[in-house]
Design a binder for this molecule. Structure first.
Ligand code: GAP
Length: 500
């Protein structure tokens, strides 16, 4: 397929997924009735279930499968010095460039990355690599004039005005700020956290001491983060308000690379275990390391718009704890009384940190893209198409639908009885409107793995038919077996077992 044609098909696929997400209650634009707010989204009735399932699974895998990882829920607002210490006040910037004709603002590095992606799609892989390497070097040297020259020499134009009439490249801080305090003179500028990680660092000793934790150990947290992203695109991929699932793993200095490799493997295995195919995942080593890291890798998923980051694994050294020790003037050291090879306690040190940092919204988008399936069904001489969401049953928003075949003859009562016996353990839907075929279709569109039809035979022998979403096959089984049957498919256990 020609590059242009391929890009059009991929964009069409993303468009279909976005409209599906809206039509079936997964994702809405924020403040929709006011025409939305750029890069901010709301999760609807199906979306919130899917997102909660993703977050719960991550949480349980981190804290229940790893006895040395515990949880935390720190506040979004933090002391302003936290962000001075972490480096975010001084260096959490994106290089921006404006087009003077269209007055549109772009991230300079994204313009260059898009050019490299275009080269790659055209089979000019080496040129793509060289371009990215050159950009990496210029950014590392903070040579913003050089970045502008590169944009011009590559003939990059504004997609709106079609011109290369560019301003200088400037750094733009991504943190949102607000004021606390009721009286203007007494108010203080604070930031909305741009990452959840700092809440973990400042609580490191609180958790270590109260939980009697021994290094190596980890602290996991799920929570909102905020960034004033300039390039808001690709739906919920890049948002201004989003959710992170982060874990900081504290280790002995000198052992960090060993743990870095372990977590890198473990996190990829997690994505595979939730049903993401191996060919849709890849590692991408960072060429330009963040100010705090000595090694970093992204796990990328093949979205309809190309391979993009869903999670980062970073070796953050002792940067954050050391910085907090300096600015807070509170000791952030840990006393390690285990014995070294010489039979002496390791003593006091500031631990090194391996971070795993995933975006809940990006994992949501990945799960949705991976599940979105269109298939042709041949029935006799005719062919019809079917769209369904092939979620891993453990992540599906609704686990089963109970469908009485008709609204009379006592079938609704029997169906309600079955519904009531299962509703405490599974998120279920009861539906009696429309033909059974239409009801199956509606469940396919929201990704419900099982449809349970209650018919006249049910009244006689207490059996039901269970339709499988993916194969469309139906099996008859006693009502008494339903709980086990559903539970086996939707429980996190099958995922845990793959990771154990
Ligand atoms: N604590 C490290 C950290 O925040 P990051 O690579 O900037 O690292 C980690 O972010 C993850 O957070 C990313 O892999 C991505 O999944 C998610 N993320 C970052 N910015 C995002 C945004 N604007 N919208 C949605 N998710 C975002």
């Amino acid at each position: 397929m020609a590059t242009q044609e391929k890009a059009t098909v991929e964009n069409a696929q993303l468009k279909d997924i976005i409209s599906h997400a809206k039509e079936y209650g997964f994702v809405f634009s924020s403040s929709d009735i006011y025409d939305g707010l750029q890069a901010v989204y709301d999760y609807g009735q199906m979306g919130v279930e899917l997102k909660n399932n993703i977050k719960n699974l991550w949480w349980k895998c981190m804290t229940q499968l790893n006895q040395n990882v515990v949880g935390l829920d720190a506040a979004i607002f933090m002391h302003p010095l936290v962000w001075k210490a972490s480096g975010h006040v001084d260096s959490f910037n994106d290089p921006m460039i404006d087009n003077k004709d269209s007055k549109k603002r772009y991230r300079a590095d994204v313009l260059i990355e898009d050019k490299a992606a275009q080269y790659e799609a055209e089979g000019r892989v080496e040129e793509a690599g060289a371009l990215l390497a050159e950009m990496g070097k210029l950014l590392e040297d903070e040579n913003l004039d050089g970045v502008r020259e590169l944009i011009i020499s590559e003939g990059i134009k504004c997609p709106i005005s079609g011109t290369a009439n560019w301003t200088d490249v400037r750094q733009f801080n991504l943190m949102f700020s607000t004021q606390v305090g009721s009286v203007a003179e007494e108010s203080q500028t604070i930031y909305l956290r741009p990452e959840t990680a700092q809440g973990i660092f400042v609580n490191f000793l609180n958790v270590q001491k109260t939980g009697r934790m021994k290094v190596p150990f980890g602290i996991a947290q799920i929570g909102k983060a905020f960034r004033n992203e300039i390039v808001a695109r690709q739906f919920i991929f890049r948002m201004r308000e989003f959710e992170q699932m982060e874990m900081q793993f504290f280790v002995r200095p000198g052992t960090e690379m060993e743990w870095y490799e372990k977590w890198k493997e473990a996190r990829k295995a997690w994505h595979l275990a939730i049903g993401i195919p191996a060919e849709s995942l890849r590692y991408h080593d960072h060429e330009k390391l963040a100010h705090y890291a000595n090694a970093a890798v992204d796990i990328e998923y093949r979205f309809p718009f190309g391979f993009k980051e869903v999670e980062g694994i970073h070796s953050r050294t002792d940067f954050d704890l050391t910085q907090h020790q300096e600015l807070s003037r509170k000791k952030m050291q840990y006393f390690d009384n285990d014995l070294n090879e010489e039979g002496k306690p390791y003593g006091n040190y500031i631990p090194y940190v391996i971070e795993t940092s995933a975006g809940a919204d990006r994992l949501f988008l990945m799960t949705l893209c991976n599940a979105y399936t269109e298939e042709e069904i041949v029935e006799g001489d005719s062919t019809k198409s079917r769209t369904f969401l092939k979620f891993h049953p453990a992540l599906a928003p609704v686990k089963a639908a109970i469908l009485p075949l008709t609204k009379k003859d006592g079938l609704p009562e029997k169906a309600t009885e079955i519904f009531d016996s299962l509703k405490y353990d599974f998120n279920m839907i009861y539906e009696e409107r429309d033909s059974i075929g239409k009801r199956y279709t509606r469940q396919d569109l929201i990704g419900t793995p099982f449809c349970i039809a209650v018919d006249h035979q049910t009244l006689e022998d207490n059996t039901v038919t269970v339709r499988d979403r993916d194969s469309r096959e139906q099996v008859r089984m006693p009502i008494s077996e339903l709980h086990n049957y559903i539970n086996k498919a939707v429980s996190f256990k099958s995922i845990f077992e793959k990771l154990a």
